[in-house]
Design a protein around this ligand. Structure first.
Ligand SMILES: [Zn+2]
Length: 212
């Protein structure tokens, strides 16, 4: 079987999406590019009982290379992103509620915290509505992507991406935290302090260290 370890990484990532409240049941999906192959989660299957045999390996045109399950219904959107953003290796799609709530009332999430600079990388655009399971999700993601590792899909969810699954998951988690903070601030109806370009650049500049 191809990519046994990476198959388990996909399942572990999907389970963390559920643990962090980014999805419910079988919602969302996870994808990982390895060379000219893409590993994706299957459509409509719960992650808590998923096994590595359920992961589907496809090529960049979407043809199944290995696997008996039907791949995620968002495969066309995922492949569109991978084919237009070669730096992206991992993609996470969720229906995380705070980001969806924000998409109902805002066109973007401004840079509001140091954590957002560090983990999400930039302000995040809300892309116009497109139906689910359609390539349009991917087209809008590519069009509305900034330096940020996420795009919010209006009335739907988010796409988070990165050089690996860990980076994409972290971006999705901290995007949700940032949306929560911003919505709380918006509810006060008082003026909101967002980071200036200079503050964001200073936070983003290489300095000191954090972590082990
Ligand atoms: Zn969706």
């Amino acid at each position: 079987m191809l990519y046994e370890k990476q198959r388990q990484d996909l399942i572990d990532t999907a389970r963390k999406m559920e643990q962090y409240g980014l999805i419910r049941m079988s919602g969302g999906n996870v994808a990982l590019r390895i060379d000219d192959k893409v590993l994706v989660t299957p459509t409509a299957m719960a992650y808590d009982t998923m096994v590595i045999e359920d992961i589907v390996v496809v090529d960049l045109e979407g043809r199944t290379v290995e696997g008996k399950r039907r791949p995620t219904s968002d495969l066309k959107a995922i492949l569109y992103i991978l084919n237009h953003k070669p730096e992206v290796k991992a993609i996470i799609h969720t229906h995380q509620p705070k980001a969806v709530a924000l998409s109902l009332i805002c066109d973007k999430l401004p840079l509001i915290s140091t954590t957002m600079v560090d983990e999400v990388k930039d302000e995040v655009n809300v892309a116009p509505f497109t139906i689910s399971s359609d390539e349009g999700m991917g087209v809008q993601t590519v069009e509305y992507a900034t330096k940020a590792l996420c795009v919010i899909l209006k009335n739907h969810g988010i796409m988070a991406f990165g050089k690996d699954l860990e980076q994409a998951l972290s971006a999705a988690i901290y995007l949700e935290e940032s949306c929560d903070i911003y919505l709380s601030a918006l509810a006060t109806n008082r003026q909101i302090s967002v980071l200036t370009k200079e503050q964001a650049e200073a936070e983003d500049a290489p300095r000191g260290y954090y972590g082990q």
